[in-house]
Design a protein around this ligand. Structure first.
Ligand code: FES
Length: 165
């Protein structure tokens, strides 16, 4: 084989090997991507907080419209959350911290049916946590709402809080 022919042969061979390597690598990459799609990555920023609704401190939640504060020192930066029972198996779970300047928001009461902030008088919806009345100065936004699961058989509410940070 002449030198030019050998060079061409090697170039052709290297292209073939390169394509094979690329295909092999791509194949395993695609396979790993497919495997990743199947696996569930836990959200490290959420913290399950189990609330046993049979406990006396949560007795207000036995009726629709009932509301309580609850606290897990490991979540929501150690601040209280507010839980309101909207229906038999539906709740609103929000942070109790006013989004205006950080005061603690009141539970709904006979005086005020909203989540009322006594500092600058903002009011939030007890159904969604959205702002109904802006503070006397500045603006507030919707209270942070937390995801939850309700185990009716055990009367257990699991709230997924954001961890402290
Ligand atoms: S801190 Fe709540 S209205 Fe200002």
């Amino acid at each position: 084989m002449k030198i030019e022919e050998r060079r061409d042969f090697l170039i052709q061979s290297m292209h073939g090997i390169g394509i094979t390597l690329c295909a092999g690598t791509l194949g395993s990459l695609l396979q790993s991507c497919e495997m990743n799609e199947d696996s569930v990555t836990p959200d490290i920023n959420t913290l399950p907080f189990d609330i046993d609704l049979t406990k006396p401190e949560y007795s207000s939640l036995s009726v629709i419209g009932g509301a309580v504060y609850a606290n897990d020192p490991n979540g929501n930066n150690g601040n209280d959350i507010i839980i309101i029972r909207l229906e038999q198996e539906r709740f609103l779970v929000v942070s109790s911290i006013c989004t205006h300047q950080g005061c603690s928001v009141n539970l709904p009461s006979s005086d005020k049916s909203t989540l009322f902030c006594p500092c600058h008088f903002a009011e939030f919806s007890p159904l969604t946590g959205e702002v109904l009345v802006q503070p006397k100065m500045g603006t507030a936004s919707t209270l942070p709402v937390f995801r939850y699961e309700f185990d009716k058989a055990r009367n257990m509410l699991t709230v997924y809080l954001l961890g402290n940070g």
